[in-house]
Design a protein around this ligand. Structure first.
Ligand code: URA
Length: 264
């Protein structure tokens, strides 16, 4: 596969920094929200340092057991994930872990639990620009294994399964509490179908993350905190639920990074 690495001091147009800022980091943690980057970098590792902030991409560098780890926001949805991965790959990042929020569609999963996605339904547009629709959106086996092992070790309530990654928060996730209340026919009854197929959750980035990573030769994993329980409500739960899920996610991601650092 042809590689197009950037020069050491060539700043990438969107993320706004060059390879030298990474201090050799090969692993990146990718929340969606730029506002989560600084607290995540500070709790995941030690000696967190600001790198850059441009558009939806805010970046900090932290250290886990002395190893540099990038924390960079992706923004919401597939297109901005795709841009982020293209530039991080050119800067030498080889492993990526998405840290996000999600709505579960299964009754057995509770608010505040953690979901590790091993694959995703491609209800997004970005992944289709990288691979035909028949191509699966699958996680890296080693990254997913590390996340599951870490979740088990730290006692987090976790579930491993398939996500449904939608370009939209309302119609694609069959929400009726939208401005018009209308869900196009294509999506009417779709949640019931994903439930019957055993999918665990809705979110908006993972299928693009998995397919673009595969296309670029990156190893990707994803862990999400459950903030909506769609079998009960279409609404996002109160902040304490998000904070509970985030505390578990931090333990899981930190544990997984340590495992991956030792695998090499
Ligand atoms: N993110 C989503 O895309 N959907 C949800 O229900 C919750 C978070």
């Amino acid at each position: 596969m042809a590689k197009n690495y950037a020069a050491f001091d060539e700043a990438m147009y969107h993320v706004g920094f060059a390879k030298k800022a990474l201090q050799g980091a090969a692993l990146a943690v990718l929340p969606g929200d730029p506002g989560r980057v600084e607290p995540l970098a500070k709790t995941l590792g030690e000696g967190a340092q600001f790198i850059a902030s441009h558009r939806e991409y805010t970046s900090w560098l932290t250290r886990v057991e002395g190893a540099p780890v990038l924390v960079c926001s992706t923004g919401m949805g597939g297109p901005s994930v795709g841009i982020c991965l293209e530039e991080l790959a050119r800067l030498g990042i080889t492993h990526v872990i998405r840290v996000g929020t999600t709505g579960t569609i299964q009754e057995k999963i509770n608010l505040g639990d953690v979901i590790i996605n091993k694959a995703a339904v491609r209800l997004d547009g970005t992944s289709g620009h990288y691979a035909p629709q028949e191509f699966p959106a699958v996680a890296s086996f080693s990254v997913t294994g590390a996340l599951a092992q870490a979740a088990s070790s730290c006692g987090a309530p976790f579930h491993v399964g398939v996500s449904v990654s939608s370009d939209t928060f309302w119609p694609g996730q069959e929400r009726y509490d939208s401005f018009t209340g209308y869900v196009p026919r294509r999506f009417q009854g779709s949640m019931r179908e994903w439930q019957a197929l055993g999918a665990l959750n809705y979110e908006m980035e993972t299928s693009a993350l998995f397919v673009v990573s595969q296309a670029l030769g990156l190893k990707a994993g994803a862990v999400c905190g459950v903030v909506v329980k769609r079998t009960q409500s279409e609404s996002v739960a109160a902040d304490d639920v998000y904070l509970r899920a985030l505390a578990y996610q931090i333990k899981v991601v930190r544990g997984a990074i340590k495992i991956l650092l030792h695998i090499g």
